[in-house]
Write a protein that binds this ligand. Sequence first.
Ligand SMILES: [Zn+2]
Ligand SMILES: [Zn+2]
Length: 258
Amino acid sequence: MLEMIMLGSGSGGNACVVKNQESMILIDAGFSGAEIRRRMQMVGLEPDDLEACVITHEHGDHIKGASILSRRHKVPLLMHPATKRAGHRKFTGNERMRHFEMKEVMELGSLTVTSVPTLHDSASSTGFLVESDGACLGYLTDLGAVTEDNFLAMRKADFLVMEANHDRDMLWNGHYPPHLKARVDSRVGHLSNVDSAEFIALLAELGKLNGVMLAHLSEKNNDPDLALSIVRNRQERDLNIYLARQDQPSKPIVVETK
Ligand SMILES: [Zn+2]
Ligand SMILES: [Zn+2]
């Protein structure tokens, strides 16, 4: 049994619990330590029971609470060495810290976690595959474009957490300054609804994927109903499509296998 609960996702903070019967990890810790604990307790979980926290990249909305989580709850932080270097101001040196290399396969309790490099304007950036008992969850947020490698890695996924950050028209007609619009829309920025829909459709055609959660939606440059309809309308196969919220945890989602 593999299960995920998105504690929250968006530019205001990201954290996602993935667990099986024995082991539980967190992907990113982008809320304060107290907020992560509060949201975990809302769904009956305790940070003390985390096997580890794996970090995608050093942006504040992904590591804000990592240090305190590690110091207060003795949770090992796993990240690429470049992420640690770039995020050094957010660490005290008293954390439990371990490194991984890109594409490394890690055994975290009884969960198998693989790093999947992504295109993003941080020192290093990665998505993850999490596997347990033949079920596989893919996690891809904060990427300006998808690579062939991303596609090859995510073929394994039964369920995918996928960025659908913005609607390109809303972004370019919106109030962001021009340099920020260009940054978000670049190959190392964030993924648009249309690009997200396309990637999901290509993966779904292979026949394994049965559900997705759209994540890291921009509050200014996207609309949840719009993201949902763009992704849903592009699909030729029946998929369960969920939306991650910034302000509250998702319900627990069991990763189904075929
Ligand atoms: Zn982010
Ligand atoms: Zn980022």
